[in-house]
Design a protein around this ligand. Structure first.
Ligand SMILES: Nc1ncnc2c1ncn2[C@@H]1O[C@H](COP(=O)(O)OP(=O)(O)OP(=O)(O)O)[C@@H](O)[C@H]1O
Length: 246
């Protein structure tokens, strides 16, 4: 479904990836983990051809990512900071616009819009207001709605939980569990290891300009006998360098 082969990427002279590989198969929910600035968003933006790769190949459903046709793109959904909302529209009109881009049939589109809005928003949220009046969390929830509207096979979710309250985070987890099946794949980045642990099937970590696929979440937690959070703490936190005179 997604295959990244020997991806190399630099910004100016700064290396982000050096011959990095990653495979995401149908049915997998892959948690992509890395410290700030390690390249998680860059990787997603490369897959979406929003950022050019220097070397290597990215295949989406077997096709070179730069050569996807419109019908191939209909199978992809995205939550990313780089995807803007249209501030002058209200939520329904925005989702309608997105659904029309995805060539959705009208009745199905209206049904999905109402179901998703009812799921994510409460009566206290004034959905008649234009998006420029939305809070950070409302914007994020609307982005999530738009990413799933057309039921894509491949979802890229860059920090879907950030800016969300606890209830909304649980709602995102629940809808992803409900949505995932053996044909759909999700690549998800998050700094919240507990949320990730409860949803992902697989774990990959960006390390030394490469992507280390640690395999299934059971492998990670069983092999290392720790939770994902402890695994990441051990990997990334070196308390010995905490040397501050207070
Ligand atoms: N357009 C750009 N031009 C130059 N450097 C960039 C650009 N975008 C990102 N970078 C650099 O590339 C590195 C990776 O950034 P990226 O945003 O992909 O990391 P990230 O893992 O998503 O980080 P975070 O967890 O903080 O969101 C960072 O050092 C960042 O400064």
């Amino acid at each position: 479904m997604l295959e990244i082969k020997k991806l190399s990427k630099k910004y100016n002279n700064k290396i982000i990836f050096k011959e990095a590989n990653l495979t995401l198969n149908g049915g997998q929910i892959l948690g992509l983990i890395g410290i700030n600035g390690s390249g998680k968003s860059t990787l997603i933006n490369c897959c979406l051809d929003l950022v050019k790769v220097d070397l290597g190949n990215i295949l989406i459903n077997g096709k070179e990512h730069t050569k996807l046709k419109d019908e191939d793109k209909l199978k992809i959904g995205i939550v990313a900071e780089s995807i803007p909302l249209i501030d002058s529209l209200d939520a329904r009109r925005y989702l309608k616009f997105i659904g029309e881009i995805y060539k959705m049939e009208n009745e199905l589109l209206n049904h999905r819009i109402e179901s998703l809005l009812a799921y994510f928003f409460s009566e206290n949220d004034n959905l008649k207001e234009t998006i420029d009046n939305f809070s950070t969390g409302m914007r994020k929830k609307l982005l999530i709605c738009s990413s799933m509207l057309h039921a894509p096979d491949l979802l890229f979710l860059d920090e879907p939980f950030s800016g969300l309250d606890e209830v909304s985070r649980r709602k995102v987890l629940n809808i992803l569990k409900d949505y995932s099946n053996n044909k759909r794949s999700i690549l998800i980045t998050s700094h919240n290891s507990e949320l990730l642990e409860s949803i992902v099937t697989d774990v990959a970590v960006i390390e030394n300009y490469n992507i280390i696929n640690y395999g299934s979440i059971q492998n990670v937690t069983n092999n290392f006998q720790v939770s994902l959070r402890e695994f990441l703490n051990d990997k990334f936190i070196d308390s010995s360098v905490l040397n501050i005179s207070w």
